[in-house]
Write a protein that binds this ligand. Structure first.
Ligand code: ADP
Ligand code: MG
Length: 626
């Protein structure tokens, strides 16, 4: 609740609206005890006194009644009717919506068709018809305004309820033996209340206007009692000769509706979970780059060379050092593995290369990523867009999340091809079929018209790979592409990637947390921990004799087939939070070899031939062989 108020207060316009509305509501509440003239006492000798005249601060109207007093009483009435109508409409509408959405089926159909019929009438016409049937009067106007707004609430709430009623926690409540009534009250209602509040806050202003409209036409409040609408109506004949009689109630309506709408928008933004962060922002097209030091020059190693890459997330006043100085390189036709626990910064490293980390909150604060000698960090967006998919392509973990659910896979492939090459649809189609064949999808001509949900996980990931291949990239960055697949399908996908690498000379950066996959596919491997590389070298060397205690422990976690029974070691403790990295070695707290020096200063990545390790007391080869 306090968080909600804080968010609301941060929105200046909403705050202003809230203050104005509070003042108006307070004055309306206090009206009976304020020293005001009687609102309905006429004094025709005193007609049309201008504002600021003696005894009548805002002047008098055509019957000599005090305008200030009438304004206050009218505001009171208008607000009361507007709020009452909103509450009635919201309650009835929400009840209808929840019942229709929760029970579904025929109940839903009958109720919603009724609601649709109401919605088919222009609402002012409907309100007029209701008042005409009930007879003029403020109370009947209230009923009319509430009635015409019920469908709006019913539709809104029904939609939300339908999506909630199918959620797992509702099923769980059903399994727990709760009755429908209990489920609606304890599971559904708390979840739709924010939506009801949002819908109300954005429609109260509207309902006040509608009530005023009916009163203006003489169908609402009846003389001598006046609300803001009827005051305007009575002043209409004197609009030109004595404009103040119209301007005073008109301004008040403007003030009320404006402040309610501003406040309502603020409430909506603060309550909407998608906008919870308070920032109405979309990620930028490319990651923000803010490098303090001059980036390192390319050393000519490999097709893609990452040097000293630092990527951080700036959230409020916290800094998460997700990637803290990573050096990598990959040659043409080579497969580099990046391995590490979840959260060690593998994905952020990979995404930083093409500026794909969402900004805000991501910022690249240092380093370079040279592709063929050209630094991609800080490259203009046009250049990055041109290279994304054509020079460097990505494959992600979950193909279901990367494929559009409403388009056929073939169309998505063709779109990926045509994004970079001006070719016709037929040619694109032929190329798409070739790609599907290249990733060994059987019966490619037929499968091209499948939707993503019609394919199995393995097939979908093949489509993901085909899409990455669409523009013959030189480098594919695969971010845990087989983690969501079962072992046999994983083996097939790995074989496909390996063949493609050999036949097309692709460079592959393969991110995984599975040493088995590394052994099968990668020439070299880099081990990441807490945003840094702790060990790097030729796959065989590292698998045979890991030098960093972390690598050794990580490998001890993997069961070996046919190696007999063995206790699987889990690494005790958790990786450090990247916003509070310790000094020295980040692994020291979980390491049984750590000594005092390990917790001080920066520990460099010491290179010995092709093998590099960031450790003061690395595991000895002989020791490891024991
Ligand atoms: P993984 O190695 O599992 O791919 P990631 O690269 O996704 O790990 O994440 C690295 C670190 O960055 C994690 O500690 C994670 O908490 C942090 N991180 C990722 N995205 C954000 C974000 N939007 N805001 C703050 N921290 C983030
Ligand atoms: Mg990841």
């Amino acid at each position: 609740m306090t968080a909600f108020l804080r968010l609301l207060a941060r929105n200046r316009l909403a705050l202003a609206g809230g203050v104005v509305l509070s003042v108006v509501v307070l004055l309306a509440l206090l009206t009976p005890i304020l020293p005001l003239a009687e609102p309905d006492v006429t004094n025709t000798s005193n007609r049309f006194r201008p504002p600021f005249s003696e005894g009548a601060l805002l002047g008098t109207d055509h019957l000599g009644r005090d305008l200030l007093s009438r304004l206050m009483w009218g505001t009171r009435l208008s607000l009361a009717v507007g709020f009452a109508a909103a509450i009635i409409a919201a309650t009835i509408g929400a009840a209808i919506g929840i019942v229709a959405g929760y029970y579904g089926g025929r109940t839903d159909n009958i109720i919603m068709r009724g609601v649709d019929m109401l919605m088919a009438f222009p609402y002012i016409l409907l309100a007029l018809a209701i008042v005409a049937a009930l007879g003029p009067g403020l109370f009947n106007a209230l009923i009319a305004v509430a009635a015409v707004n019920v469908p709006f609430f019913a539709r809104n709430i029904r939609g939300i309820t339908v999506s909630i009623a199918n959620k797992e926690f509702v099923d769980a409540a059903r399994l727990a033996g709760l009755s429908n009534r209990q489920i609606i009250l304890s599971e559904i209602l708390p979840n739709v209340i924010p939506v009801i509040v949002i819908a109300m806050s954005t429609t109260i202003g509207w309902m006040i206007l509608e009530t005023a409209g009916l009163s203006f036409l003489g169908l609402g409040s009846q003389p001598p009692q006046a609300d803001l609408g009827s005051m305007l109506g009575e002043a209409r004949s004197a609009l030109i000769t004595n404009p103040h009689t119209s301007i005073v109630p008109g301004l008040m309506i403007l003030l009320i509706v404006m402040s309610i709408n501003l406040l309502g928008d603020g409430v909506r933004d603060a309550l909407d979970p998608r906008l919870k962060s308070g920032a109405l922002s979309r990620p930028m097209a490319a990651t923000r780059v803010d490098r303090r030091a001059t980036p390192p020059a390319p050393t000519g190693k490999g097709l893609l060379e990452v040097g000293g890459l630092e990527t951080q997330f700036h959230v409020k006043n916290r800094v998460y050092r997700a990637v803290g100085g990573v050096d990598l390189h990959v040659e043409k036709g080579e497969c580099l593995g990046i391995i590490g626990e979840s959260g060690s910064g593998k994905s952020v490293t990979a995404l930083s290369i093409m500026g794909l980390v969402a900004s805000p909150p991501g910022v690249i604060t240092g380093g370079a990523a040279h592709y063929d000698g050209e630094d991609l960090i800080g490259a203009p967006y046009r250049r990055l867009r041109d290279m994304r998919g054509r020079n460097v392509a990505y494959i992600f973990q979950d193909p279901l999340a990367t494929l559009h659910p409403l388009y056929r896979v073939g169309d998505q492939l063709i779109e990926a091809i045509r994004a970079h090459r001006p070719i016709g649809r037929d040619e694109g189609r032929a190329k798409a079929i070739d790609l599907l064949k290249a990733v060994r999808i059987p019966n490619a001509e037929k499968r091209i018209t499948d939707y993503p949900h019609e394919m199995s996980g393995g097939m979908r990931q093949r489509v993901g790979i085909a899409m990455a291949l669409a523009n013959d990239p030189d480098i594919i960055i695969a971010d845990e592409p087989t983690t969501a697949l079962d072992v046999t399908v994983q083996a097939q996908v790995l074989t496909i990637l390996d063949d493609l690498r050999r036949s097309r000379g692709l460079a592959i950066v393969f991110i995984t947390h599975d040493f088995g996959v590394v052994a099968q596919l990668c020439d070299r491997v880099a081990v990441m921990y807490a945003g840094r590389i702790v060990e790097e070298g030729v796959t065989g060397d590292i698998l045979r004799a890991p030098r960093h205690p972390y690598t050794a422990r990580l490998m001890a976690c993997v069961p070996e087939l046919g190696a007999g029974k063995r206790r699987l070691e889990a690494i005790p403790g958790l990786p450090p939070a990247v916003d509070r990295l310790p000094a020295g070695c980040a692994f020291a707290d979980r390491c049984d070899r750590a000594r005092e020096e390990c917790r001080k200063g920066d520990i460099p990545l010491a290179r010995d031939g092709t093998h590099a390790v960031r450790c003061l007391y690395p595991v000895d080869t002989r020791e490891a062989a024991e």
